[in-house]
Design a protein around this ligand. Structure first.
Ligand SMILES: CC(C)(COP(=O)(O)OP(=O)(O)OC[C@H]1O[C@@H](n2cnc3c(N)ncnc32)[C@H](O)[C@@H]1OP(=O)(O)O)[C@@H](O)C(=O)NCCC(=O)NCCS
Length: 169
């Protein structure tokens, strides 16, 4: 049976679509950038082979974010965990040169809408390193509420003070 993949979603300036092999150079650039990686979990895979695995490991809830005009990869948004078709945990990463343009807000907003209208989720959560101010700012703009800061907690293989955010979809 063919593996399911994320549906295409269009916004004003962006197209969200499944990851493709042509995205690999920009994916490598993004995931090797110290500023992008600063508050993420364990070091992401960096070589081309592991990126290829990432591209092939398609699911219905992992999107590459691309510029509408050029189809250029600029980041990704995912809901890697969904519990009981009710609660999804959201994640996102953008290339450093595309921060400060509102692209993350635009892309994550579209995924939130999709999680409501198509996936019929009831609640979304996000776990953010408490020092990750850009991400906390974004998630608060998106209507998430800070539930708690969990001191010295598990964040994808790292120990960090974790801000746990939640939002009814
Ligand atoms: C978290 C992250 C995605 C935030 O990216 P961002 O570009 O700051 O987020 P936004 O899309 O909300 O853009 C916000 C900025 O764009 C500006 N902007 C410019 N044009 C805009 C437009 N048309 N619409 C909206 N905002 C716009 C806003 O004013 C805002 O700037 P400000 O923060 O100085 O006020 C980014 O920092 C990142 O990829 N970090 C590394 C990975 C990471 O930590 N991921 C999260 C793990 S939990």
């Amino acid at each position: 049976m063919a593996k399911k993949e994320a549906p295409k979603i269009q916004t004003e300036r962006l197209v969200l679509r499944p990851r493709a092999e042509k995205d690999i150079p920009n994916m490598i650039k993004m995931l090797n950038d110290d500023e992008v990686r600063e508050f993420l979990g364990i070091n992401p895979p960096r070589d081309e082979y592991s990126m290829l695995e990432m591209v092939r490991n398609r699911t219905e809830t992992k999107w590459a974010v691309t510029l509408k005009d050029t189809d250029e990869f600029i980041g990704d948004v995912m809901i890697p965990e969904i519990a009981e078709d009710y609660l999804g945990e959201i994640g996102y990463r953008f290339m450093r040169e595309h921060w400060g343009c509102g692209f993350a807000y635009e892309a994550v907003s579209a995924v939130i809408e999709h999680s409501k209208s198509t996936l019929h989720l009831k609640r979304l959560s996000a776990k953010i390193d408490n020092k990750n101010l850009p991400s906390k700012k974004l998630i608060e703009k998106l209507g998430f509420t800070l539930v708690a800061v969990l001191p010295e907690s598990h964040l994808q293989g790292r120990v960090a003070d974790v801000a746990y955010y939640s939002r009814i979809v």
